[in-house]
Ligand binder design. Sequence first.
Ligand SMILES: Cc1ncc(COP(=O)(O)O)c(C=O)c1O
Length: 428
Amino acid sequence: MKTDKSGAFLDRLSRLVPGGANSNARCGSGLAIARAEGARLIDLDGNQYIDYVLGFGPIILGHADSVVHEAVCGALRRGTTYAFSHELELELAERIVTLCPSVEAVRLCNSGSDAADTAYRLACAHTGAVGVIKMEGDYHGCVWPLLHDVPGFDVSGPVRKPRPACRGIPEAVSHLVHTVPFNDVEALAQVLDEHRREIAAVFMEPILGNTAAIMPLPGYLADVRELCDRHGVVLVFDEVKTGFRVALGGAQALFGVHSDLTMLGKAIANGFPLAALGGRRELMELIGPGGVHHCGTHFGNVPCTAAANATLTRLQASDYTSIERRGRKLAQGICDILADMGVQGSWHGTGAMFGITIGSKPPNDYRSWWMETDRLAWMEVGAKLRNLGILVDGFIGLFFLSFSHTDEDVLHTLVACREAVQCQWNAE
Ligand SMILES: Cc1ncc(COP(=O)(O)O)c(C=O)c1O
């Protein structure tokens, strides 16, 4: 596959834009995109790809959805940002409160990081504590204390301190955070016991979307809920990846366990930059002048709010069983191909968001994913798939599906997967 134009363009871009990308997660991709349609991306060289990265999750309907775009164009004729409230905000708040099981009140913002930022401050204001617990291998955006033990960090070794994700995070901040393995309720109980009254919140992705979509073990989320109640700690479910994707009501609808605060983003607006923080009224009403700070010039802006309303309207009329069925067929198909090659592997997650891991048993947390699965082999398969016109998030092994992916796309992808897997394990 020729990627000369992408390459030359990225060289020019990286002279002005560090890393040749405006987000570290996109650095080194080697690909520049000309346009996107439905389940396809087309790069500067004219190569076409079936896209399972989907912007790292926001695209749920498919790229360039005409209904959403028309709603945005219609709204744009009435302006972009007013510095005053507008009707689309009420419409969206009503939709979110109706769809998300634990959300009684909601504030809009632009990114998942914004939602995490306010959630943390709110939890501190509510509890009077400043410490936070997060799970190893989840990611909640750019808030300093939460930027510890994020995917990519070597967590081997039993006794250790949470590791900052990058330089520039003050050491004092690292003292605020404790990390525990996902699915390990004893580890969480121990930290809560040892740091009584110091912890404001437990942040977690209810499905470990940033580590191969590892699922919670039966009863785990309910145990976490119970521990947070017992210790008076705010439970924050980060549904930025799972919200409106794994089910219309997100992971909380799927598992029936409710958080105090919920971070929403990505799929809510099918690629437009809108996110939200919602939760129990008693907590959310701490936000406001003289109370907890939550301000943003572009929070609740007209085009993104219109995009979210249109996306949620479309999603309410969509058949989630179709995306689930298609995703499962693909995930299981890949595992069957691995088995045909004598390679042990498993898939985790849901049809709309799943991860593949290579190893004798499925991982339950970041540590087992990091240490007991062959991440590198799966990354190499991802690189081979790209040459066959299939884009997946190779590092964490994740596939997102949209309502635009068809049964033919799945079949075509499985043919490519067979070739990539054969090539990988024949070469070894
Ligand atoms: C689970 C989760 N939470 C929060 C974020 C941060 O969202 P944003 O990139 O919109 O700031 C991400 C980003 O990938 C995420 O995956």
